[in-house]
Design a binder for this molecule. Sequence first.
Ligand code: 9MJ
Length: 694
Amino acid sequence: MTAKDVRHRAEELRKQINYHNYRYYVLDAPLIPDAEYDRLLRELQTLEEQHPELVTTDSPTQRVGAAPLKKFGAVKHEVPMLSLANAFSEQEVLDFDRRVRERLEAVAPGVLPPATLVEPFASALPCTAEEVEYSAEPKLDGLAVSLLYRDGVFAQGATRGDGVTGEDVTQNLRTIGAIPLRLYGAGYPALLEVRGEVYLSKAAFEELNAAARARGEKVFANPRNAAAGSLRQLDPKITARRPLAFFCYGVGAVERGKLPGEHGALLAQLRDWGLPVAHEQRVVSGVQGCLDYHRDMAARRSRLEYDIDGVVYKVNRLDQQELLGFVSRAPRWAVAHKFPAQEEITEVLGIDVQVGRTGALTPVARLKPVSVGGVTVSNATLHNQDEIDRLDVRVGDSVIVRRAGDVIPEIVSVVRERRPHGAKPFHLPKHCPVCGADVVRAEGEVVARCSGGLYCPAQRKEAILHFVSRRAMDIEGIGEKLVDQLVEHKLIETPADLYMLTKEQLAGLERMGEKSAANVVAALENSKATTLARFLYALGIREVGEATALALAQHFGDLNALMRADEETLQQVPDIGPVVAAHIVAFFHQRHNREVIERLLDPRVGGITWPAVKIAQRLPLAGKTFVLTGTLETLAREEAKEKLQTLGAKVSGSVSSKTNYLVAGADPGSKVEKARELGVEILDETALLKMLRA
Ligand code: 9MJ
């Protein structure tokens, strides 16, 4: 390609990418799949890497990459960023509308001349203040920002700050996909300041917090804090990783250009220039239109992608807005009609611990019932011990609870000043509140679990369904409906009881004929001849999947040996680390689990058997740990690793006292020295190949 071709191609790609951004973020109607979009972006990136002189600041490749700042600069808002007055009842909205009409009548009785009042806004509508038109919009609780476009190119972005001075967060705003780096189309003013809200969708907020919770990090109290915390990062790379969104709701400074004279039309124009506007925005007639809109949005609220805390009404005609002006820092032409509070204060009466069907323990706060946004809340999830520690919530505490949309109510914080004397920190029990088995919280895990898998009534149905599943004992004809009935009619408590069921008992159940009952009994009978690996998998020990069950069977060859093994012994089995080993030991440590196993094997009950696991079946390299280093000539590193693992070896990344062999290829590096120090046997490639063949 000639230099000119390259420049044309880069321009073409930028145009295309901008168009697809517009389809995706503004119209919500993408034309191409993400993969195709990524290809366009990568092609442009490659061109720009090869021809750095072609890079422009508004290129879609220039969203991330700015260096971290020491502090944010200050930005003065030429047109102040106003806040909104609130209305909490219909009466307050009626009062607002009355004040608007009275004031319009007072300052411009009768008919206003065609509006030349507001430059650059053009309007030719007569003004009668009988019924005012309003723009009605959802009110998002995010972070208000101002975006400055010079000749259509994003030049500067700032937070609202105190309304007069904000922080320069340009580099962070550039990382937000919904903010165009260049306006779309044509006809925009030479200088255009767009105003709107940066926010997190409900899904993005939940995801962000779930990830933080899983890492044991602190969670954000609400989407607003999460959005603010994400945008006010000195390192734009951190902001880039947060799924922030944006929508615009107005303009500030405008120079050299014409804009529509009505707010609704203005937003439509901004949308055409590539700026996302809330899809729910509408123009309504009079105060009744406003109240209808409020009711409609309240009903739709839980189904929206983002949290809203109310709706906003704005006088639609900009000349009327100008006439109305503002008091202190809020415009007289707009009001936020809030929904009832989503947060309330109440007391923690107790903390219960629930055991889920997989044995996970979840602490739940029992609350003094309180109405939150019109719904009575008497419970709130506390997630896990880390969350309890983070909040430091104790029985007797006064707490702030929040109910957002349909999600389970949560405790946001504790009002420490109101803590009663003697309130003690709460700890999850050491024994399962349902079955009494030990509770295990494996190192590095957030969730604590009951280890009474085969016996615990809370896990009963799940344990039985897993036991009969195809890859476990493969008992056909026993599904969820049947297990529900068997457990509810108290015909079975544990998997061992399955084998005592009679045809008559089964045939007496709903949707079970003679024939299906006979089939189930036959399937149970058939399942008795199995393998040790299947049986181990069927026990449903936490973290023991099929592969681990097979490795355990091959390593120990015998159930009793496995049941006696301690954590250290278990970790000699390939791919069994400390977490799995702890789960296995905890499981077999429970007397009730051992009793169920005994009954499963008892010829008078389960009568389950398997062929002896022959020594020959044991993998030749089981229990051996290898480390690979340097370049091998005939084998790729991954290939060598796979071959070793197939033969039962464990392949680790670093040499330690547990290493049996170090395989050293060409240019092996420091691992060889370490191996020598520790007295680990060193193999060259020939020796390795020989071992693999043997
Ligand atoms: C929010 N937060 O959703 C305004 N807002 O208008 C909407 N905020 C606003 N409009 C003027 N939709 C000042 C603030």
